[in-house]
Write a protein that binds this ligand. Sequence first.
Ligand SMILES: Nc1nc2c(c(=O)[nH]1)N[C@@H](CNc1ccc(C(=O)N[C@@H](CCC(=O)N[C@@H](CCC(=O)N[C@@H](CCC(=O)O)C(=O)O)C(=O)O)C(=O)O)cc1)CN2
Ligand code: MET
Ligand SMILES: [Zn+2]
Length: 756
Amino acid sequence: MTTPGPTVRTAVHGYPRIGPDRELKRACESYWKGETTAAELDEVSARLRKDVYARLRAAGVDDIPSNTFSHYDHVLDTAVMFDLVPARFASPAAAGDRDEELRRYFALARGLQGAPPLEMTKWFDTNYHYLVPELAPGTRPRLVGDKPVAEFLEAAEAGYRTRPVLVGPLTFLMLSKPADEAPPGWEPVELLDQLLDAYGQLLVRLGEVGAEQVRFDEPILATDAGRRATDRLGHAYRTLGALTGRPRILVSSYFGSIGAEALRVLKESPVEAVGLDLVTDAEGIADLAAVSGLGGTGLVAGVVDGRNVWRTDVPAASATLGTLLALTDELTVSTSCSLMHVPLDLDAETSLPPELRGALAFAEQKAREVVLLGRMLSGQAAEEGAGSPPPAPSFTDARVRARLDALRPEALERPADRDVPAVGPLATTTIGSFPQTSELRRARAAHRRGETTREEYDEVLRREIDRVIALQEDIGLDVLVHGEPERNDMVQYFAEQLEGFATTENGWVQSYGSRCVRPPILFGDVSRPRAMTVEWTSYAQSRTDKPVKGMLTGPVTMLAWSFVRTDQPLGDTARQVALALRDEAADLERAGIRHIQVDEAALRELLPLREEHRARYLEWAVGAFRLATSGLSPSTTVHTHMCYSEFGAVVGAVEALDADVTSIEAARSRMELVEELGRRGYKRGIGPGVYDIHSPRVPSVEEIEAALRLAVRHVGPERLWVNPDCGLKTRGYEEVGQALRNMVEAARRVRAALGR
Ligand SMILES: Nc1nc2c(c(=O)[nH]1)N[C@@H](CNc1ccc(C(=O)N[C@@H](CCC(=O)N[C@@H](CCC(=O)N[C@@H](CCC(=O)O)C(=O)O)C(=O)O)C(=O)O)cc1)CN2
Ligand code: MET
Ligand SMILES: [Zn+2]
């Protein structure tokens, strides 16, 4: 039975843009290698865009977004469109030369000899990375590109009337950083008025070519800083709203609550609609009520989770939407954020356990959920049949729960006065991975397809370990690694071996540029049926007299880079992963491994966007790390690694991890963190990354030496470790060999100067 209801529209924020078979990755990488032309790259890209429009139309979505495609990153696209390119990339204008234009674009992302790339950092609390624009008081934003216009027209030509999507001006500026030449205290947001002129021109231009509505994304409103910027928010949208000939404006936020104040500002501004993420924003409905509803301002209600892979609870979402009907005259059902954070299509998976599969929805399935909800609300589809999703299979493991319940607080302490054997002064090491060569990846793919035996594949891995050990000995490093050749990815590799996780064959999600990951699905209680790394680490140790460092991925990072169950607090799930890692660490120690590193690369990434939620997060995050590591002997050296430079917000937590050695990204931030640690009297080992591994550039001995001298001044030589910023898996052997030789030579010179 259906009853006629109100008119409700449907929308999605964005869609995976890499293509069903990672076509974008392959097209970009072959263009970079000079194997294909700009025209070929453009052709693949146009095909991918049209494929997305076609998929969304087939799903029945009303408001199809455009300008959500990017060759590398949408923040970079915005910077280039407004001519916000640092001087080191200025090249003679090459109007009309597409190849030149693309090369310049990719240079900003990947660097040139003598011109380091823009900094790359996490897009809010996701595993997607954007490029950070560098702005200064003298920067003059002006509209020099037409990407949103061109993609709108391209879609129109193909029969799709789309809604162009732009990174909002406030979000763009607040995610930018002051360029080196900017005076202290100056903030990019001071360019708002100038940037609004350029956005205004673009908006009017989109109106001229026929766009009826444009969406501005303002996820910065989910952060504390964004929530404090309501004056600027109001100013921005009053300014854009006052333009004549403009399309309708929708302002959307996601990844958290924007608060009633921002909502009120938007309601009172001329914008026609507001988009809210009602999945992560528990206060959204109360905020809407607090402003007495939106009235004539439309509401785009994000009720289908764009960040996780669970099917939507349709009756619950439907009830929420029913409530919302009273709070706006114009309701649109949507996803909570872009679907670029989930894999494209569940149908591409052939070997997920059936009981899990029934609980899942990827981008294709989520678009259909949005449409179903829209139809139900407008009375075109019956409630019956939509049903609740089958509950995610909850695999509980009584043994895991009993072990965790039995843990005493003492289990989380290592003796404070422990004295791990010194390796230094200025001990040299690496972060874990060595280059994942194409031979290695091909061998793994062949083995996966069943073309080679386990023994043949293992032999390839042992030869690789032999080579990595021999190379490190030849270079003269102090603490060696096995190089992680057996790992497709540092998270997926462990997830494949742990109970409670499922992994996908084709569930690729963009991480940055052409790099993708397949986040595992953590659906049940986690346990470790057998040792996961001992064989490879002890093989490596058998090939050398130098110590080999075992390498594990920490609990927070396992969670951050997986899709996780939502039926229990994250902290509880983290403890289960930690317990499995604790057993693995014990096995490594028993096998004679004296250095064990537990990577917490994502500790900063999962930090809640708002201050008020941070202390609780850090408490469970630190507890999980300590659970994983505190069973080790006082004479085993516990290492951890974090790859981010914005260190301030978590410095206390890093101390609380109580690792013996912490390696951390520092090269691009000029070692600011060692000053901070020096000031705080940090007493454990610290390895500030001495060069940036994200660029193929080989650092000179002199520049590494300078970085080390600076570090010695702040923390002294005894506790200082010498290592790159992060793992070497994305680099090639030629650069890596030379860079590490320079690093070891720089450490030798600094030691010699100290008479050591
Ligand atoms: N999960 C995760 N998140 C992270 C990081 C990370 O290491 N892991 N590091 C930071 C930066 N992000 C990164 C994300 C991805 C990659 C990366 O190198 N990804 C690889 C894929 C890694 C992988 O899963 N490799 C598999 C599958 C490789 C593959 O594509 N195989 C080919 C066949 C082999 C060939 O002919 O090359 C195929 O399937 O078609 C393997 O090695 O087995 C890529 O995009 O190229 C690096 C850094 C932050 N977030
Ligand atoms: C993204 S953090 C990387 C840590 C890991 N051990 C590696 O070297 O690859
Ligand atoms: Zn790292």
